[in-house]
Design a protein around this ligand. Sequence first.
Ligand code: HEM
Length: 204
Amino acid sequence: MTDKPSPSTSGGNTPGYAYGQPEVARSPISLQDLEQLKASVMFGPADQQALREAGEVLSGQIHDVLEVWYGFVGQNPHLVAYFSTPDGDPIPDYLARVRQRFGEWIMDTCTRPYDQEWLDYQEEIALRHTPAKKNKTDHANSVPAIPLRHLIAFIYPVTATVRPFLAKGGHDQEKVEAMHQAWAKSVTLQIALWSRPYAVEGIW
Ligand code: HEM
């Protein structure tokens, strides 16, 4: 099982990772909506800077972070089910490939500018959780969608469990706190964006 993303975050050898590629559709969300959403989660330039530093701390720990997150999924059969066949058999290859892209996402969250290209890949990731695109990238024989309620609930584990890793970079408590707050804001922002295809037209 390969789960070490390229440290460059280029994603060159991560199957199905399509950041910046022509096949990624343009997000229907405007950059103005993105700016407003950033304001709603209190995300500002200091957070972007704190995420850059978080990226430096996390870059050597991606494998260990993913061990924790996948361990959590593995302990919850109702979550493993979304990486399984409709009959409930886990699909190891699907788990492994998505895991590698998850590693790319950690570094993208920390290091990419939140611009049009980033917004477009947010839409792509959103769709990959819905019947529009789930399973397509990996040709997986899995269930068609991940319910929105689990995406929202998953914000907590993805946020809480990252703190010990941020604390391993040798920074003082204040800096660790700033990095963790920035991470929490970004994950919340991203799941807000990913909720778009689940929402009733006009009230997203
Ligand atoms: C905070 C919430 C979540 C985050 C940040 C997240 C992150 C990601 C990322 C980064 C990818 C890969 C994107 C790519 O293809 O480049 C992905 C795909 C996937 N995620 Fe999530 N995810 C979340 C919630 C969940 C939950 C609750 C489940 C259910 C177990 C789940 C199951 C999956 C599956 C099955 C895929 C593969 C989709 C496909 O077929 O392409 N995710 N997720």
